[in-house]
Design a protein around this ligand. Structure first.
Ligand code: DHE
Length: 526
């Protein structure tokens, strides 16, 4: 009897741990709600941070998850919990996030349809702008600080309108129809269509629970949404955001995957998506007539009234790649994808990047990019008779310059810290890159595109992160964000590199110019 009692007591003690000065059982849920819920959602379904569920953590070993919580990871807004949580507490959190939820809310066609909000049906608002400005030089500036966006006149640099947005937008909002409309995506799945001429939202829909980004077809007819949760790609009718198709992202054996990102490949009339848990790139056609090579049959939805045609629309073409693509860049000709994979750079030097030919359906070259570039931020220009691609690196203080013919890295430009965003313009001799991480995060480098040297380093607001540049449509001015609640948009003369104006803003992140985005300028993301 005595022995049994001792065993029971020991078992009880084993389930408890010393926290502070008292013996307290670790309640992972309490820790989670205190330290994690604000960003990852009280239900673990994701908010500003991604969903924390076993099906979304397949590529992360538990040991690595432990290290992420303890030390954080590159390019993440998450703090390191080394000083806050004890190793056993971190272990308890790891065990928790690898435990399946009893139920994940379904988010399929019916739920998406039911979530749709229509404020103004297509055709019900005037077709003329309700303000006086050159539409092609408008900017939309996202202010993450208080979930707003500012529509800015790119000639006078006067704000036209400030609008509330959904919680935590991510990825570039996408312009359409010459600047009449802009589409926003929030990390919690809301897609919002804003009528810029009338300064009004016209429709919204929740396309996912945890979303990456959106793309709009070059003809403005369709919106594609990339989701982390559920593992789907959603195609919406751009006119009123009604869902047209929910594509389950699964491989031939039924394993599912998060979608890293989706972009539009204009001349191919397709969306291209990179997958995080399946070694494939997907191309989803939105053309009306099927091109050769597509096994599916495509129908113009405008004339489509019958269910029989629905499945045939938006056929998927699978392209096998080596490893998983976390981030990618489409060439200006839209025939190749340059992709990188987190973790692949831990292997041999040079295995981090690969060039995938969309027509040949295979990788045709490797690129040595071990510093984990943020490829959606890469830009290209002509240098000594060849096209080069330039990208900052999230893990390394350098800008990599890659020859796009040989795929050799021809120069590594040392910077004052790892960067996130890089931008230029066809008419500017300079490329701008931020220092986003580390003690020099208030610096912004300006690189001469012909000498590949840093010619000036700006410090727009000492002590505050300066990041993300976008040019006016003529390339004469560069707009920089001061990434702070008490932040600003700083406008520079792009030739003299002198400041010309400063507008106070709440943690402005990205800014998006109608002309540069719609003409697919080589100096910006598309
Ligand atoms: Fe982004 C774009 C991925 C974290 C701000 N980011 C993108 C795109 C991808 C991407 C694939 C291109 C989509 C597009 O524009 O349609 N971002 C990732 C990540 O994997 C990463 C590292 C981790 C994550 O949390 O998802 C990440 N991103 C961040 C941030 O922490 C940033 C700095 C703040 C935030 O908003 O969360 C951030 N990402 C941005 C911005 C763009 C973006 C402002 C659009 C840039 C543009 O000019 O187009």
């Amino acid at each position: 009897m005595k022995r049994v009692l001792i065993r029971v007591l020991l078992a009880g003690l084993l389930g408890m741990l010393m926290v502070g000065n008292a013996w307290t059982a670790i309640d992972a849920n309490v820790l989670y709600q205190k330290h994690c819920a604000e960003c990852h959602g009280a239900d673990r379904l994701g908010k500003v941070g991604p969903a924390l569920l076993p099906q979304n953590l397949k590529r992360l070993r538990k040991k690595a998850a432990f290290n992420v919580i303890r030390d954080t990871r590159p390019a993440s807004q998450m703090p390191a919990f080394r000083e806050i949580l004890k190793p056993k507490e971190i272990e308890a959190l790891v065990a928790m996030i690898y435990t399946p939820l009893k139920e994940i809310p379904p988010w399929g066609m019916e739920e998406i349809k039911a979530s749709r909000l229509e404020y103004h049906p297509p055709g019900s608002l005037p077709d003329k702008p309700q303000f006086d400005a050159q539409i092609s030089n408008l900017f939309m500036v996202v202010e993450l600080g208080d979930h707003h966006a500012t529509l800015l006149n790119g000639d006078s640099f006067e704000p036209i309108h400030r609008l509330p947005t959904r919680f935590a937008l991510h990825g570039g909002p996408k312009w359409a129809e010459g600047g009449r409309y802009i589409y926003f995506a929030s990390r919690d799945g809301w897609i919002s269509k804003f009528d810029v001429f009338n300064l009004k939202y016209v429709a919204e829909v929740r396309a996912g629970i945890n979303t990456r980004n959106l793309a709009v077809s070059h003809d403005g007819r369709y919106v594609a949404v990339a989701n982390y949760l559920p593992h789907t790609l959603v195609i919406l009718d751009a006119r009123d955001l009604s869902p047209l198709k929910v594509i389950d992202v699964v491989d031939e054996n039924g394993a599912s995957s998060r979608v890293s990102a989706v972009y539009t490949a204009d001349p191919r009339e397709s969306f291209v998506a990179a997958l995080k848990d399946i070694p494939e790139v997907w191309e989803i056609g939105y053309m009306d007539k099927p091109p050769s090579g597509f096994s599916g049959w495509v129908h113009d939805y405008r004339e489509d009234s019958g269910d029989a045609h629905k499945e045939a629309r938006f056929p998927v073409r699978r392209i096998s790649v080596e490893g998983y693509l976390d981030d990618f860049f489409l060439t200006q000709e839209y025939d190749r994808v340059i992709g990188t994979s987190r973790g692949m750079d831990k292997g041999k030097e040079g295995s981090a990047g690969q060039v995938v030919d969309l027509d040949l359906k295979r990788a045709v070259a490797q690129v040595s990019l071990p510093g984990m570039p943020h490829l959606s931020s890469a830009i290209t220009w002509e240098y000594q008779g060849r096209t080069v691609l330039a990208t900052p690196n999230i893990k390394k203080p350098e800008v990599s310059i890659v020859d796009m013919q040989s795929w050799e890295v021809i120069k590594r430009i040392p910077t004052k810290g790892p960067g996130f965003f890089m931008r230029s313009h066809e008419k500017s001799r300079y490329a701008w890159v931020d220092v986003f991480f580390g003690p020099n995060k208030d610096l912004m480098h300006v690189i001469d595109k012909q000498t590949l040297e840093i010619v000036k380093t700006l410090k727009p607001a000492p002590g505050k992160t300066s990041a993300h540049v976008e040019f006016t449509q003529d390339g004469k001015y560069a707009l920089v964000s001061i990434w702070d609640m008490d932040g600003a948009l700083v406008i520079y003369d792009a030739n003299t590199l002198e400041e010309v104006k400063r507008l106070p803003m709440k943690k402005p992140s990205g800014k998006y110019n109608v002309h540069n985005k719609l003409t697919r300028s080589r100096g910006t993301s598309h």
